[in-house]
Design a protein around this ligand. Structure first.
Ligand code: GBH
Length: 456
């Protein structure tokens, strides 16, 4: 590859970490291999009617057996980092108790392979694949037991891997698996809980994060760094004037009150507790202290904007905007285009909570990719998407926002949860019959961005 261009108006800071991201259930397959236990996602995907195309991730893209090939694909793109998730039911098939060393072996092999190829591992400890036994025995996230079990698992894994892994993410997108899994029931475990129980689930999930941070401090090698990877409400002032920016700051803090705000401030906001009323979660001050255990960085998954304007004459001072009917979307119906999210999310994290290290732990889109007659995949719209989002991210870093890295979702086309295999998020195309991998045109685009450390 050509040498990185000298600093120009589109460059990222020196040492910026470029990576790709995946998660265990979405890519690994091998669900019955080497002693892996059953997860709530195995159960959910095998329940008729839950997945759009009737599929499951029993095989997925067979990464469990093809990880060496996949690492070579990462290397060919020039990525220096890889965010993947560790499947809890591979390590503790029943969530707690008896450990399964063969499960850990897979991640040992993967970490070693990454390091041998100059790629830094950034594992997440939970990407929604809760051991089914914890669901059945305790009611899953409805129980504090699950938070305690998660902390034990986190301590165990980080103790084993922290000789080679420097940074761990705790839970991926608490907001998504809490709300979509326990309120609308679209994701596993597929519940529609009343508000009080839902709020308790949310509390246990952020408590699991905090207790895991403590367990990692106790068990992992000194200096191991940890943080969440959250699907924050990515609030954006639709008009960038002081008045609307101010309203956005208030909205950012309140909308994330059940998640990041609690983790960073060690309290639930008054507005959050007031709105919950009698349904507020039950918690102790010790819980809040644990939830706010000092972290090293904040990871944010950014896809779609939440637009706000000021409403200064009526509390709470901000107003959410509906999307115009013609607002452009990507393939996923929820996925509206909003590149400015990659500017505002880091700026607001820095402004509101003085966050000093930020990773964009996911960003990307599904497009309707096909292999052309010449064997190539011309995903022009993914390139357009990435260029427009990265331009806004560069705007943030050039103004001093402390973003240290960016992980493209996703390395490979994969099992897109409730959408099954119908939505392709990969920079690399996967033929689901042969499992053959073909880098898309966007992989070439991304390689050039990385080689130049600059938007191209
Ligand atoms: C991420 O979620 C996940 O971390 C990742 O595993 C996933 O593959 C990727 O994004 C792409 O989706 O169907 O109307 O209920 C992104 C945030 C929140 C987007 C839940 C989809 C469901 C909308 N997701 N949302 S709806």
């Amino acid at each position: 590859p050509e040498p990185a261009a000298a600093n120009n108006a589109r460059s990222f800071p020196k040492g910026f970490v470029w990576g790709t991201a995946t998660s265990a259930y979405q890519i690994e397959g091998a669900v019955k291999e080497d002693g892996r236990g059953v997860s709530i996602w195995d159960r959910f995907a095998h329940t008729p009617g839950k997945i759009f195309d009737g599929t499951n991730a029993d095989v997925a893209v067979d990464h469990y057996h093809r990880y060496k090939e996949d690492v070579q694909l990462m290397k060919a793109m020039g990525t220096k980092a890889y965010r993947f998730s560790i499947a809890w039911p591979r390590i503790f098939p029943e969530g707690k108790g008896k450990v399964n060393p063969k499960g850990l072996d897979f991640y040992n092999r993967l970490v070693d392979e990454l390091l041998a190829n100059g790629i830094e591992p950034f594992p997440s400890l939970y990407h929604w694949d809760l051991p089914q036994t914890l669901q059945e025995r305790y009611g899953g996230w409805e129980s504090r037991e699950t938070a305690l079990a998660f902390a034990d698992y986190a301590g165990y894994v980080t103790e084993k891997l922290s000789d080679r892994v420097q940074r761990f993410f705790t839970l991926n997108e608490i907001r998504t698996f809490v709300d979509r899994g326990h309120e609308s029931g679209i994701l596993a475990p597929g519940f529609k809980l009343p508000p009080a129980r839902l709020n308790q689930v949310r509390h246990h999930a952020i408590l699991a994060h905090g207790l895991a941070v403590q367990a990692i401090r106790a068990k992992a090698r000194r200096g191991t760094k940890v943080g969440p990877a959250e699907n924050i409400f990515a609030v954006v002032p639709i008009i960038e004037t002081p008045e609307h920016i101010k309203a956005t700051e208030i909205a950012m803090r309140e909308l994330n009150a059940g998640y990041l705000t609690a983790m960073l401030e060690g309290r639930y906001t008054d507005a959050y507790l007031k709105a919950a009323g009698a349904d507020a979660p039950k918690f102790t001050s010790e819980d809040l202290k644990a939830i706010a255990s000092p972290i090293n960085f904040v990871g944010i998954n950014i896809y779609t904007p939440d637009y706000y304007i000021s409403a200064s004459n009526k509390p709470p001072g901000y107003q959410s905007l509906p999307f115009n009917k013609s607002h452009p979307r990507m393939v996923s119906s929820w996925h509206r285009l909003g590149p400015e999210t990659l500017y505002w999310a880091p700026r607001l994290l820095q402004k509101l909570w003085n966050v000093k290290e930020i990773y964009i732990t996911e960003n990307g889109c599904a497009t309707s990719d096909e292999v052309a007659k010449d064997g190539q995949v011309y995903d022009s719209d993914r390139i357009m998407f990435l260029r427009s989002y990265l331009t806004q991210l560069q705007r943030a870093t050039s103004e001093g926002a402390p973003v240290r890295g960016y992980f493209l979702w996703s390395l490979l086309d994969n099992f897109e949860w409730v959408a099954g295999y119908a939505q392709r998020f990969g920079a690399i195309y996967v033929d689901y019959t042969t499992l053959k991998r073909t880098p898309k045109l966007s992989a070439s685009f991304y390689r050039e961005v990385i080689a130049r450390n600059s938007v191209v």
